[in-house]
Design a protein around this ligand. Structure first.
Ligand code: PLP
Length: 366
Protein backbone atom coordinates (compact mmCIF):
# COMPACT_ATOMS: atom_id res chain seq x y z
CA UNK A 1 0.00 0.00 0.00
CA UNK A 2 1.33 3.47 -0.91
CA UNK A 3 1.68 5.39 2.35
CA UNK A 4 3.60 8.33 0.91
CA UNK A 5 2.20 11.56 2.37
CA UNK A 6 5.40 13.56 1.85
CA UNK A 7 3.91 15.85 -0.75
CA UNK A 8 1.31 16.03 -3.47
CA UNK A 9 4.11 15.97 -6.03
CA UNK A 10 5.20 12.50 -4.89
CA UNK A 11 2.61 11.00 -7.20
CA UNK A 12 2.61 10.72 -10.99
CA UNK A 13 0.13 12.26 -13.41
CA UNK A 14 -3.56 11.46 -13.29
CA UNK A 15 -4.83 9.28 -16.19
CA UNK A 16 -6.73 11.99 -18.17
CA UNK A 17 -3.58 14.17 -18.17
CA UNK A 18 -1.45 11.29 -19.39
CA UNK A 19 -4.05 10.40 -22.03
CA UNK A 20 -4.09 14.01 -23.26
CA UNK A 21 -0.32 13.83 -23.67
CA UNK A 22 -0.58 10.63 -25.67
CA UNK A 23 -3.36 12.10 -27.83
CA UNK A 24 -1.26 15.21 -28.52
CA UNK A 25 1.79 13.21 -29.47
CA UNK A 26 0.79 12.41 -33.04
CA UNK A 27 1.53 14.73 -35.94
CA UNK A 28 3.41 17.98 -36.20
CA UNK A 29 2.56 21.18 -34.40
CA UNK A 30 4.11 24.66 -34.30
CA UNK A 31 6.86 24.89 -31.66
CA UNK A 32 7.52 27.33 -28.78
CA UNK A 33 4.00 27.53 -27.41
CA UNK A 34 2.41 28.55 -30.72
CA UNK A 35 0.44 25.29 -31.02
CA UNK A 36 -3.34 25.21 -31.25
CA UNK A 37 -3.61 23.37 -27.96
CA UNK A 38 -1.96 26.32 -26.19
CA UNK A 39 -4.58 28.65 -27.73
CA UNK A 40 -7.30 26.28 -26.58
CA UNK A 41 -5.87 26.25 -23.02
CA UNK A 42 -5.79 30.05 -23.00
CA UNK A 43 -9.46 30.08 -24.04
CA UNK A 44 -10.35 27.51 -21.37
CA UNK A 45 -8.64 29.61 -18.71
CA UNK A 46 -10.41 32.73 -19.99
CA UNK A 47 -13.73 30.88 -19.59
CA UNK A 48 -12.74 29.57 -16.14
CA UNK A 49 -11.77 33.09 -14.98
CA UNK A 50 -14.70 34.76 -16.80
CA UNK A 51 -12.50 37.35 -18.57
CA UNK A 52 -9.61 37.81 -20.98
CA UNK A 53 -6.34 36.55 -19.56
CA UNK A 54 -2.81 36.14 -20.84
CA UNK A 55 -1.36 32.72 -20.15
CA UNK A 56 2.28 31.60 -20.03
CA UNK A 57 2.85 27.89 -19.46
CA UNK A 58 5.99 26.74 -17.65
CA UNK A 59 7.15 23.45 -16.18
CA UNK A 60 7.75 24.37 -12.53
CA UNK A 61 6.08 26.37 -9.80
CA UNK A 62 9.34 28.12 -9.04
CA UNK A 63 9.52 29.37 -12.64
CA UNK A 64 5.88 30.52 -12.51
CA UNK A 65 6.43 32.44 -9.26
CA UNK A 66 9.80 33.89 -10.18
CA UNK A 67 8.75 35.04 -13.65
CA UNK A 68 5.43 36.44 -12.39
CA UNK A 69 7.21 38.43 -9.69
CA UNK A 70 9.91 39.56 -12.11
CA UNK A 71 7.16 40.97 -14.33
CA UNK A 72 5.79 42.93 -11.38
CA UNK A 73 9.08 44.28 -10.02
CA UNK A 74 11.91 46.51 -11.15
CA UNK A 75 15.42 45.41 -10.08
CA UNK A 76 15.19 47.89 -7.16
CA UNK A 77 11.67 46.87 -6.10
CA UNK A 78 10.51 45.17 -2.93
CA UNK A 79 7.92 42.39 -2.69
CA UNK A 80 6.26 41.76 0.68
CA UNK A 81 5.24 38.22 1.53
CA UNK A 82 4.90 35.88 4.51
CA UNK A 83 8.26 35.00 6.04
CA UNK A 84 7.68 31.28 5.34
CA UNK A 85 6.33 31.73 1.80
CA UNK A 86 7.68 29.37 -0.83
CA UNK A 87 8.91 32.37 -2.85
CA UNK A 88 11.23 33.52 -0.06
CA UNK A 89 12.08 30.23 1.63
CA UNK A 90 12.17 27.49 -1.01
CA UNK A 91 13.16 28.89 -4.39
CA UNK A 92 16.89 29.47 -3.98
CA UNK A 93 16.48 33.19 -4.70
CA UNK A 94 14.81 32.63 -8.10
CA UNK A 95 12.47 35.67 -7.82
CA UNK A 96 15.44 37.89 -6.96
CA UNK A 97 17.50 36.30 -9.76
CA UNK A 98 14.87 36.64 -12.48
CA UNK A 99 14.01 40.19 -11.45
CA UNK A 100 17.71 41.09 -11.63
CA UNK A 101 17.96 42.13 -8.01
CA UNK A 102 14.54 42.87 -6.51
CA UNK A 103 14.14 41.80 -2.87
CA UNK A 104 11.55 39.88 -0.89
CA UNK A 105 10.61 41.09 2.57
CA UNK A 106 9.18 38.36 4.81
CA UNK A 107 6.56 39.29 7.41
CA UNK A 108 5.31 37.17 10.33
CA UNK A 109 1.77 35.79 10.58
CA UNK A 110 -0.03 32.77 12.04
CA UNK A 111 -0.61 29.83 9.72
CA UNK A 112 1.51 31.23 6.89
CA UNK A 113 -0.99 34.05 6.34
CA UNK A 114 -0.16 37.65 5.74
CA UNK A 115 -2.66 39.61 7.84
CA UNK A 116 -3.87 42.87 6.24
CA UNK A 117 -2.94 44.85 9.36
CA UNK A 118 0.58 43.37 9.36
CA UNK A 119 0.98 44.29 5.70
CA UNK A 120 -0.31 47.82 6.22
CA UNK A 121 1.96 48.34 9.25
CA UNK A 122 5.02 47.11 7.36
CA UNK A 123 4.24 49.38 4.39
CA UNK A 124 3.77 52.35 6.73
CA UNK A 125 7.17 51.71 8.29
CA UNK A 126 9.08 51.56 4.98
CA UNK A 127 11.22 54.66 4.57
CA UNK A 128 10.47 56.79 1.54
CA UNK A 129 14.01 57.51 0.44
CA UNK A 130 16.09 56.60 -2.56
CA UNK A 131 18.43 54.70 -0.23
CA UNK A 132 15.64 52.15 0.37
CA UNK A 133 13.98 49.80 -2.08
CA UNK A 134 10.33 50.82 -2.67
CA UNK A 135 7.49 48.34 -2.27
CA UNK A 136 6.12 47.30 -5.66
CA UNK A 137 4.39 43.95 -5.09
CA UNK A 138 2.81 41.64 -2.53
CA UNK A 139 2.73 37.86 -2.83
CA UNK A 140 0.31 35.56 -0.98
CA UNK A 141 0.13 31.75 -1.13
CA UNK A 142 -3.29 30.15 -1.63
CA UNK A 143 -3.30 27.67 0.12
CA UNK A 144 -0.58 28.79 2.55
CA UNK A 145 2.48 26.78 3.50
CA UNK A 146 0.57 25.80 6.66
CA UNK A 147 -2.32 24.47 4.60
CA UNK A 148 -4.69 27.34 5.43
CA UNK A 149 -6.92 29.04 2.92
CA UNK A 150 -7.31 32.82 2.68
CA UNK A 151 -10.99 33.75 2.84
CA UNK A 152 -12.41 35.95 0.09
CA UNK A 153 -12.60 38.82 2.53
CA UNK A 154 -8.97 38.47 3.53
CA UNK A 155 -7.88 38.51 -0.12
CA UNK A 156 -10.09 41.54 -0.78
CA UNK A 157 -8.54 43.45 2.13
CA UNK A 158 -5.02 42.69 0.91
CA UNK A 159 -6.11 43.58 -2.64
CA UNK A 160 -7.49 46.91 -1.42
CA UNK A 161 -4.20 47.77 0.30
CA UNK A 162 -2.33 46.94 -2.90
CA UNK A 163 -4.66 49.18 -4.95
CA UNK A 164 -4.29 52.01 -2.45
CA UNK A 165 -0.49 51.82 -2.56
CA UNK A 166 -0.06 51.05 -6.25
CA UNK A 167 1.33 47.53 -5.66
CA UNK A 168 0.84 44.45 -7.81
CA UNK A 169 -0.76 41.48 -6.04
CA UNK A 170 0.63 38.04 -6.90
CA UNK A 171 -1.01 34.80 -5.77
CA UNK A 172 1.12 31.64 -5.53
CA UNK A 173 -1.53 29.09 -6.41
CA UNK A 174 0.56 25.93 -6.37
CA UNK A 175 -2.49 24.50 -4.55
CA UNK A 176 -5.01 26.82 -6.18
CA UNK A 177 -7.56 24.07 -6.90
CA UNK A 178 -7.42 22.69 -3.36
CA UNK A 179 -8.01 26.16 -1.92
CA UNK A 180 -10.77 26.90 -4.43
CA UNK A 181 -12.86 23.82 -3.69
CA UNK A 182 -12.26 24.30 0.04
CA UNK A 183 -13.80 27.78 -0.22
CA UNK A 184 -16.49 26.79 -2.69
CA UNK A 185 -15.70 30.00 -4.56
CA UNK A 186 -15.35 30.65 -8.28
CA UNK A 187 -11.86 31.22 -9.73
CA UNK A 188 -12.83 34.83 -10.57
CA UNK A 189 -14.06 35.49 -7.03
CA UNK A 190 -10.85 34.17 -5.50
CA UNK A 191 -8.55 36.21 -7.77
CA UNK A 192 -9.07 39.31 -9.91
CA UNK A 193 -12.43 40.26 -8.37
CA UNK A 194 -10.52 40.54 -5.06
CA UNK A 195 -7.56 42.42 -6.52
CA UNK A 196 -5.16 39.68 -7.67
CA UNK A 197 -3.17 40.89 -10.69
CA UNK A 198 -1.11 37.84 -11.54
CA UNK A 199 -1.46 34.19 -10.54
CA UNK A 200 0.73 31.10 -10.52
CA UNK A 201 -1.94 28.51 -11.35
CA UNK A 202 -0.68 25.14 -10.19
CA UNK A 203 -1.09 21.89 -12.10
CA UNK A 204 1.80 19.67 -10.99
CA UNK A 205 0.56 19.01 -7.45
CA UNK A 206 -2.93 18.16 -8.59
CA UNK A 207 -2.63 15.79 -11.55
CA UNK A 208 -0.14 17.16 -14.09
CA UNK A 209 3.33 15.72 -14.60
CA UNK A 210 5.01 19.12 -14.72
CA UNK A 211 2.87 22.06 -15.79
CA UNK A 212 1.99 25.41 -14.25
CA UNK A 213 0.34 28.44 -15.82
CA UNK A 214 1.14 32.08 -15.19
CA UNK A 215 -2.30 33.66 -15.55
CA UNK A 216 -2.14 37.43 -15.98
CA UNK A 217 -5.12 39.65 -15.20
CA UNK A 218 -3.37 43.02 -15.45
CA UNK A 219 -2.41 43.29 -19.13
CA UNK A 220 0.53 45.57 -18.30
CA UNK A 221 2.21 42.68 -16.49
CA UNK A 222 1.91 40.46 -19.55
CA UNK A 223 3.91 42.72 -21.84
CA UNK A 224 7.37 41.44 -20.94
CA UNK A 225 6.55 37.87 -19.97
CA UNK A 226 7.16 36.15 -23.30
CA UNK A 227 10.68 37.61 -23.36
CA UNK A 228 11.30 36.78 -19.70
CA UNK A 229 10.11 33.20 -20.18
CA UNK A 230 12.32 32.63 -23.21
CA UNK A 231 15.32 34.38 -21.67
CA UNK A 232 15.05 32.20 -18.58
CA UNK A 233 14.98 29.01 -20.65
CA UNK A 234 11.39 28.20 -19.77
CA UNK A 235 9.86 28.37 -23.26
CA UNK A 236 9.68 24.73 -24.27
CA UNK A 237 10.34 24.11 -27.94
CA UNK A 238 7.87 21.21 -27.88
CA UNK A 239 5.30 23.41 -26.23
CA UNK A 240 2.61 20.78 -26.58
CA UNK A 241 4.24 18.97 -23.67
CA UNK A 242 2.77 21.66 -21.42
CA UNK A 243 -0.38 22.61 -23.29
CA UNK A 244 -1.53 18.99 -23.66
CA UNK A 245 -1.19 18.43 -19.93
CA UNK A 246 -3.39 21.46 -19.29
CA UNK A 247 -5.91 20.32 -21.87
CA UNK A 248 -6.35 17.04 -19.98
CA UNK A 249 -6.22 18.78 -16.61
CA UNK A 250 -8.93 21.35 -17.34
CA UNK A 251 -11.28 19.21 -19.43
CA UNK A 252 -14.54 18.14 -17.77
CA UNK A 253 -13.50 19.89 -14.53
CA UNK A 254 -10.97 17.14 -13.92
CA UNK A 255 -8.78 19.59 -11.95
CA UNK A 256 -11.64 20.28 -9.54
CA UNK A 257 -12.47 16.59 -9.12
CA UNK A 258 -8.82 15.85 -8.28
CA UNK A 259 -8.72 18.63 -5.70
CA UNK A 260 -11.97 17.44 -4.10
CA UNK A 261 -10.56 13.92 -3.79
CA UNK A 262 -7.31 15.17 -2.22
CA UNK A 263 -9.16 17.44 0.21
CA UNK A 264 -11.53 14.62 1.19
CA UNK A 265 -8.62 12.30 2.04
CA UNK A 266 -6.96 15.10 4.04
CA UNK A 267 -10.21 15.68 5.94
CA UNK A 268 -10.47 11.97 6.82
CA UNK A 269 -6.86 11.95 7.94
CA UNK A 270 -7.24 15.13 10.01
CA UNK A 271 -10.45 13.96 11.69
CA UNK A 272 -9.00 10.51 12.33
CA UNK A 273 -5.70 11.72 13.78
CA UNK A 274 -7.24 14.51 15.85
CA UNK A 275 -9.34 11.90 17.68
CA UNK A 276 -6.28 9.87 18.69
CA UNK A 277 -5.28 10.49 22.34
CA UNK A 278 -2.18 12.69 22.51
CA UNK A 279 -2.44 14.00 18.94
CA UNK A 280 -3.29 17.65 18.18
CA UNK A 281 -3.49 19.52 14.91
CA UNK A 282 -1.15 22.51 14.70
CA UNK A 283 -3.57 24.33 12.40
CA UNK A 284 -7.06 23.35 11.29
CA UNK A 285 -7.15 21.23 8.13
CA UNK A 286 -8.63 23.38 5.39
CA UNK A 287 -7.32 22.04 2.06
CA UNK A 288 -5.19 18.94 1.38
CA UNK A 289 -2.49 19.27 4.04
CA UNK A 290 -2.59 18.03 7.63
CA UNK A 291 -0.14 19.13 10.32
CA UNK A 292 -0.50 16.88 13.37
CA UNK A 293 1.69 17.24 16.44
CA UNK A 294 2.62 13.63 17.14
CA UNK A 295 4.09 12.15 20.31
CA UNK A 296 7.37 10.39 19.48
CA UNK A 297 5.89 6.89 19.92
CA UNK A 298 3.21 7.56 17.31
CA UNK A 299 5.62 9.14 14.83
CA UNK A 300 7.86 6.11 15.24
CA UNK A 301 4.98 3.65 14.77
CA UNK A 302 3.92 5.43 11.59
CA UNK A 303 7.43 5.35 10.20
CA UNK A 304 7.47 1.66 11.18
CA UNK A 305 4.66 0.85 8.74
CA UNK A 306 6.41 2.79 5.98
CA UNK A 307 4.38 5.98 6.16
CA UNK A 308 6.32 8.88 4.65
CA UNK A 309 5.78 12.39 5.97
CA UNK A 310 7.95 15.42 6.65
CA UNK A 311 8.92 16.66 10.06
CA UNK A 312 7.97 20.34 9.80
CA UNK A 313 9.37 23.48 11.40
CA UNK A 314 7.35 26.66 11.57
CA UNK A 315 7.42 30.02 13.26
CA UNK A 316 3.75 30.55 12.49
CA UNK A 317 2.09 28.25 15.04
CA UNK A 318 -0.98 29.73 16.76
CA UNK A 319 -0.23 31.59 20.01
CA UNK A 320 -0.02 29.07 22.86
CA UNK A 321 0.69 26.04 20.66
CA UNK A 322 3.97 24.53 21.77
CA UNK A 323 5.69 21.21 21.24
CA UNK A 324 6.53 19.02 24.23
CA UNK A 325 9.97 17.35 24.27
CA UNK A 326 9.84 14.39 21.88
CA UNK A 327 6.86 15.74 19.91
CA UNK A 328 7.07 15.94 16.12
CA UNK A 329 5.25 18.57 14.11
CA UNK A 330 4.55 16.56 10.96
CA UNK A 331 3.22 17.45 7.53
CA UNK A 332 1.00 14.96 5.70
CA UNK A 333 -0.17 15.90 2.21
CA UNK A 334 -2.98 14.07 0.43
CA UNK A 335 -3.15 14.01 -3.35
CA UNK A 336 -5.81 13.03 -5.89
CA UNK A 337 -4.24 9.55 -5.81
CA UNK A 338 -4.24 9.01 -2.05
CA UNK A 339 -6.26 5.88 -1.26
CA UNK A 340 -8.84 5.91 1.56
CA UNK A 341 -7.26 2.64 2.81
CA UNK A 342 -3.91 4.40 3.18
CA UNK A 343 -5.55 7.02 5.37
CA UNK A 344 -7.26 4.31 7.44
CA UNK A 345 -3.99 2.45 7.92
CA UNK A 346 -2.27 5.59 9.24
CA UNK A 347 -5.11 6.41 11.62
CA UNK A 348 -5.38 2.82 12.89
CA UNK A 349 -1.64 2.65 13.47
CA UNK A 350 -1.72 5.93 15.39
CA UNK A 351 -4.53 4.52 17.56
CA UNK A 352 -2.64 1.32 18.21
CA UNK A 353 0.48 3.23 19.23
CA UNK A 354 -1.52 5.60 21.46
CA UNK A 355 -3.73 3.04 23.17
CA UNK A 356 -2.00 -0.29 23.63
CA UNK A 357 -5.24 -2.33 23.93
CA UNK A 358 -6.96 -0.10 26.50
CA UNK A 359 -9.02 2.80 25.20
CA UNK A 360 -11.94 2.18 22.85
CA UNK A 361 -11.48 3.42 19.30
CA UNK A 362 -13.12 6.69 18.29
CA UNK A 363 -16.39 6.26 16.45
CA UNK A 364 -15.12 8.78 13.88
CA UNK A 365 -12.43 6.42 12.61
CA UNK A 366 -12.70 6.70 8.81
C1 PLP B 1 3.44 26.96 -2.00
C2 PLP B 1 4.27 26.45 -3.13
N1 PLP B 1 4.55 27.25 -4.16
C3 PLP B 1 5.24 26.80 -5.23
C4 PLP B 1 5.68 25.51 -5.30
C5 PLP B 1 6.28 25.04 -6.60
O1 PLP B 1 7.51 24.58 -6.60
P1 PLP B 1 8.22 23.67 -7.70
O2 PLP B 1 9.22 24.55 -8.33
O3 PLP B 1 8.80 22.59 -6.88
O4 PLP B 1 7.23 23.17 -8.72
C6 PLP B 1 5.47 24.65 -4.23
C7 PLP B 1 6.02 23.26 -4.25
O5 PLP B 1 6.46 22.72 -3.30
C8 PLP B 1 4.74 25.13 -3.12
O6 PLP B 1 4.47 24.32 -2.08
Amino acid sequence: MDLNFASDNATGASPPVLQALIDANAGSLPAYGQDLIAREVEQSLAAIFERDVSVFLVATGTAANALALAAALTPWGLCLCHEEAHVIDDECGAPEFFSHGAKLLGLPGTGGKLAPETLRGALDRLPNHEKQMPAQAVSISQATEAGLVYGLDEIARIGAICRERGLALHMDGARFANALVALGASPAEMTWRRGVDILSFGGTKNGCLAAEAIVVFDPRLAETLRFRRKRSGHTLSKGRLLSAQFRGYLADDHWLANARAANARARELADGLAAVPGVRLAWPREANEVFPILPGSIAEALRGIGAVFYPWASRSLPAGTTLAPGDTLARFVASFATAPEAVRRVVETAWEAATPARLPRAASLP
